[in-house]
Design a protein around this ligand. Structure first.
Ligand code: CA
Length: 250
């Protein structure tokens, strides 16, 4: 993905380990990103509001406010809630990854990692949120995706989606009724040049369902196809799929 020449992509690194910040800064700047950083969670939240980074690389373990808390605060803030976040952590247990993603992160990387891998994940996040120039909106069963402003509405009500859920819904709306395996969704939405666990798809599908059910009364349009994957359907079998994958993450 080419970086826009006039306006450099701004990356905020939130990390208290100076050696990691130095390494990331060097590699990101070499790739043409503008980098700023802090090792403090509260300052990070303030910097996000003041400087509007295009993406945040956020360490979980910070002195004081944790990365998880920083992530939640950003997601709660109307002005900056759509900023993509890649969470870093020494914790590699699956439960931790899911907790990281559930707090609102778009991706999760376990330390130690290589800077080139982080850079390809940053680019994958941008690929997910950047619409192709030809189409402007997508519609399905009362849901409208505005691909230019990245806004989603359902029956006129605004639906709040993270960049990853937006990409997932967009892909499914481009192929309504078709059943996609987790592998297909990963390839289409995350890109096939990075490794992501299949269960990550389930986490984001659950978040997508939750977001689409903005008032707790909406029919679920995402059908879980056992041992196959997911499909977007007008009437998924007439069954109430309010929370079919409840057991999958908690
Ligand atoms: Ca740390």
């Amino acid at each position: 993905m080419a970086q826009p020449k006039e306006e450099k992509t701004k990356v905020l690194i939130v990390e208290d380990e100076v050696a990691i910040v130095t390494l990331l800064r060097y590699n990101l700047e070499k790739e043409g990103f503008t980098v700023f950083s802090t090792g403090d969670g509260e300052e990070a939240v303030k910097m996000v509001k003041d400087h509007r980074p295009d993406i945040i690389v956020l360490d979980w373990m910070l002195p004081g406010m944790t990365g998880i808390e920083v992530c939640k605060q950003i997601r709660w803030n109307q002005d900056v809630k759509n900023t993509p976040i890649i969470m870093l952590s020494a914790r590699g247990e699956e439960g931790d990854r899911i907790r990281g993603l559930d707090s609102g992160a778009d991706d999760y990387m376990v330390k130690p990692f290589s800077p080139p891998e982080l850079i390809s994940r940053i680019r994958a996040v941008f690929r997910r949120i950047r619409p192709s120039l030809s189409e402007k909106t997508l519609e399905f069963s009362g849901i409208i995706l505005d691909l230019t402003s990245h806004k989603a509405t359902r029956d006129g009500a605004e639906v709040h989606l993270s960049p990853t859920e937006f990409g997932l819904l967009r892909y499914m709306m481009e192929h309504p009724g078709r059943v996609f395996s987790r592998e297909q969704l990963l390839d289409a939405v995350w890109g096939h040049d990075i490794y992501v666990e299949l269960r990550t798809v389930d986490v984001h599908i659950r978040r997508l369902r939750r977001a689409l059910d903005y008032d707790g009364k909406q029919p679920d349009l995402v059908r879980t196809v056992r041992s196959a994957g997911y499909a977007l359907e007008e009437n998924p079998g007439g069954v109430n799929y309010t929370n079919p994958d409840q057991s999958e993450a908690d």
